[in-house]
Design a protein around this ligand. Structure first.
Ligand code: CAA
Length: 381
């Protein structure tokens, strides 16, 4: 067992850290306050290989491993959680399932531009009436010859207004329930009947442009089915297993940013004749923050390492996500507390970390859903 990153992974971490601190962080306040989608960062992220990090080079990616992706995602998310999720959706939720389930023609057509960062993807599973109960799809896909006609509304779609490619799940044979769902690759620009709906006004990750995607008789070629017809639920679930490692990394990044802000503030802020870092109450907070972040990071890296080594990782991904997201919320709450009144002010970044942390307990499966996944696994043992 080796707890050290290898030479290549350290290089990726250092490159990601430098990009995150020099280019992403300076934009983070604007992204948050103006609900600005960080579109200007995408060309450089593509150039650095961040949009398809573990996709082989032959399919447009940078050919790295999942561990390197996770390490880079922590760095980007520590600087700006919005930019972290934009990157995570493109890598984990769109590129990864095409790599896993796509034909060579589909990889050539859809994966290459996504993994190289030329195009951006979004993942359309949730609906206004369907969140945790993902099998309960109301969006319909009716086969007519060589095409499917899609009708329905998708909700909470990260990257939605800026996406070129949408991975859409729809009920193709409703009478078959969970075994009647199909996954489709949809060209967001050249599919009449596909449109972007309202953009959500959110508590945190304000720049990620979360919207509805509306499908009104949208005609999608049968050649765009990803995986097997009626096999879409497995595509969605196995994709989310990988996505959850990404959200765990995002949570570790947010937690780290909040912790570092609290640590530095505690050294500068004085009370009762000295820096507040001299008080044991503050020291214990910092000690617990550092400990929990370390545990969350190790769990996240373990899940990524298992994915790299083609070992089952769904349970470990769920464990990492639930632990890291709850850590991010705990750490961000305590970081605000260390800042006292200043932590409640928008002048200090901990207030943003506090708001950004919350989503990690909700998307890509709530903490309750992660516990369902973990409980099913432990009860099988
Ligand atoms: N991998 C592959 N197949 C899987 C699987 C997995 N991880 N999990 C389940 N399946 C298969 C099962 O094996 C089963 O097939 P068989 O009968 O052939 O064995 C089939 O799928 C149905 O499985 P379940 O009976 O377990 O299904 P369920 O209806 O009980 O649902 C659930 C299980 C865990 C609750 C699931 O619905 C779930 O994960 N819900 C949460 C959804 C979610 O995470 N949504 C996030 C939205 S995306 C997002 O947030 C996007 C963003 O932009 C950031």
């Amino acid at each position: 067992m080796n707890f050290e990153l290898n030479h290549h992974q350290k290089m990726i971490r250092d490159m990601a850290r430098s990009f995150a601190q020099n280019e992403v962080k300076p934009l983070a306040t604007r992204v948050d306050r103006e609900h600005h989608f960080p579109v200007e960062l995408l060309p450089h992220m593509a150039e650095l290989g961040f949009m398809g990090m573990f996709i082989p080079e032959e399919w447009g990616g940078s050919g790295g491993d999942v561990v390197s992706y996770i390490v880079a995602l922590e760095e980007i998310s520590a600087a700006c959680a919005t930019t972290g999720v934009v990157m995570s959706v493109n890598n984990s939720l769109v590129s990864d399932p095409i790599l896993k389930f796509g034909t060579d023609e589909q990889k050539d057509k859809w994966l290459k531009p996504l993994a190289s960062g030329e195009k951006l993807g979004c993942f359309c599973l949730s609906e206004p009436g369907t969140g945790s109960d993902a099998a309960n799809q109301a969006t319909k896909a009716e086969r007519k010859g060589d095409v499917y006609i899609l009708n329905g509304t998708k909700n909470w779609i990260t990257n939605g207004p800026f996406a070129d490619t949408a991975l859409i799940f729809a009920m193709s044979e409703p009478e078959k329930g969970v075994k009647g769902i199909t996954a489709f690759l949809v060209d967001a620009h050249r599919t009449p009947g596909y449109s972007v709906g309202a953009i959500e006004d959110k508590l945190g990750i304000c720049g990620s442009a979360t919207c509805q995607i509306i499908l009104e008789n949208a005609e999608v070629p049968a050649a765009n089915v990803l995986g097997e017809e009626n096999g879409g639920f497995k595509v969605a679930m196995s994709t989310l297993d990988g996505g959850r490692i990404g959200i765990a990394a995002q949570a570790v990044g947010i937690a780290r940013a909040a912790y570092e802000a609290a640590r530095e503030y505690s050294k500068e802020r004085t009370a009762f004749g000295g820096p507040i870092s001299q008080f044991q109450a503050i020291q214990f907070y910092l000690a617990d923050m550092a400990t929990r972040i370390d545990a969350a990071r190790l769990m996240t890296l373990r899940a990524a390492h298992r994915k790299d080594h083609r070992r089952p990782y769904g349970t470990e991904a769920a464990m990492a996500k639930v632990f890291a997201s709850e850590t991010a919320n705990w750490v961000a709450t305590k970081a605000v507390q260390v800042h006292g009144g200043n932590g409640y002010s928008r002048e200090y970044p901990v207030e943003r970390h506090f708001r950004d942390a919350k989503i990690t307990e909700i998307y890509e499966g709530t903490s309750e859903i992660q516990r369902v996944v973990i409980a099913r696994s432990v009860l099988q043992d």
